[in-house]
Design a binder for this molecule. Structure first.
Ligand code: TPP
Ligand code: MG
Length: 372
């Protein structure tokens, strides 16, 4: 039987315009893409959703201690990540970045290993909190639990990239609640002064746990704060994958060309409770929940691609089967992997070489960048 992970790998010729791709349709061409790119973007979004849904089931079944979900954020994450050079640019994600991690090359197995805290977890060997993904070989910085600390990490990475003239861009991703931390303002100021190759992304889902946006942010759009630092601030519909891709391309190109940072705010929806330890019906009205579901990026993108003739029933069926197999495979694989050996508890606390920089056996050939 073919390896389901290989079947759903993003390194299957569907990234970039490659020989043998179907001729680009109108929708794809309007964004400088091929139909195969749109299919791969959709598959990443659908895979992220399916994996996320499985995590909740495993939590309720007593297998995973904690789940923090990306559901509702995936459209923005896939669109924005697609603008990057995979394996070249650095991303400091946050705990909802499931689709970002997949788009940058992490596999369902990798994400499940992190949630099960298994010894073979790429980010920490099973030391991190569930949902706190990271993978050095994918240039994904390990997620920080104290919100917004990752913004300063990304700023430092961008400074290093500029000094070393590597041509890399760093991306810092956060929620709108986290954007109020002092660290973020320090990072914006520093990055603007030094014109760092950095993109700040705020995934604004309207809530910081149970606190609604109007009680956490003094302005309607976080992006307007960019003006205070003399950099561009952009608001984009985070449920529109291709609008996010365009916003990402623009910001990444500016950063790479020496034009300095951009603050991109993607308006997204939070389709789940804050985490598996939260019950959102205690503080969200039925109208608010229905409003969120009406802006679910998955059916929106699916309808768009069906209307453009990019998704066909046969393709969708095949993709659904591949995704279901990949999620089953990731679950079974992570269940069967060993826990970390307690004797190794003190390993990697200090500056020892972290083995997660090398591709593990279940990875195919190393990923290569294909963005612009
Ligand atoms: C410095 C810090 N303060 C508080 C918390 C607790 N906390 C965890 S997630 C969260 C909400 C953050 O909201 P937002 O940035 O909007 O992201 P969202 O969860 O909505 O995607 C808070 C307050 C924390 N982890 N770190
Ligand atoms: Mg939020």
């Amino acid at each position: 039987m073919a390896d389901p992970v290989a079947q759903t790998s993003l390194d299957d010729g569907h990234r970039g315009t490659v020989a043998g791709d179907r001729p680009a349709g109108e929708l794809a061409a309007a964004h400088g893409l091929a139909d195969g790119d749109l299919v791969a973007m959709f598959r990443t979004l659908a895979l992220a959703r399916a994996l996320d849904e499985r995590m909740w089931i495993l939590n309720r079944a007593g297998r995973l201690p904690f789940v923090i979900s990306g559901q509702g954020h995936e459209g923005a994450q896939v669109g924005l990540a697609w603008a990057l050079r995979r394996g070249h640019d650095w991303v400091a994600p946050f705990y909802r970045s499931v689709a970002t991690c997949l788009a940058l090359g992490m596999t369902p197995r990798d994400l499940m290993l992190a949630n099960y805290a298994k010894a073979s977890d790429l980010g920490s060997g099973g030391r991190q909190m569930p949902g706190h993904y990271g993978s050095p070989m994918h240039k994904l910085v390990s997620v920080s639990s104290p919100v917004a600390t990752q913004i300063l990490h990304a700023t430092g990475i961008a400074l290093a990239a500029k000094l070393r003239q590597t041509g890399q861009v760093a991306v810092a991703i956060m929620g709108e609640g986290s954007s109020n931390q002092g660290d973020v303002h320090e990072a914006l100021n520093f990055a603007a002064i030094h014109r760092l190759p950095l993109v700040f992304i705020v995934e604004n889902n309207g809530y910081s746990i149970s606190v609604p946006a109007e009680k956490e942010v003094s302005v309607r759009d976080v992006a307007v704060r960019a003006a205070g630092y003399g950099i561009p601030g952009v608001v984009v519909d985070g449920t529109d994958v291709l609008a996010c891709y365009e916003a990402g391309l623009d910001a990444v190109a500016r950063a790479r060309m020496g034009g300095g940072p951009t603050l991109v705010e993607a308006k997204v929806v939070r389709l789940t409770a804050h985490s598996s330890d939260d019950q959102q019906t205690k503080y969200r009205s039925e109208e608010s929940l229905a409003e969120g579901r009406a802006h679910d990026p998955l059916p929106i993108f699916r309808s768009q691609l069906r209307a453009a003739g990019v998704l066909t029933p046969a393709l969708e069926d095949a993709m659904a089967a591949q995704i279901a197999a990949a999620v089953d495979d990731a679950t079974a694989f992570a269940e069967a992997e060993p826990d970390p050996d307690p004797a190794t508890a003190m390993d990697w606390v200090y500056a020892e070489r972290w083995p997660g920089e090398q591709p593990p056996p279940w990875h195919q050939a190393a990923t290569s960048g294909s963005g612009r």
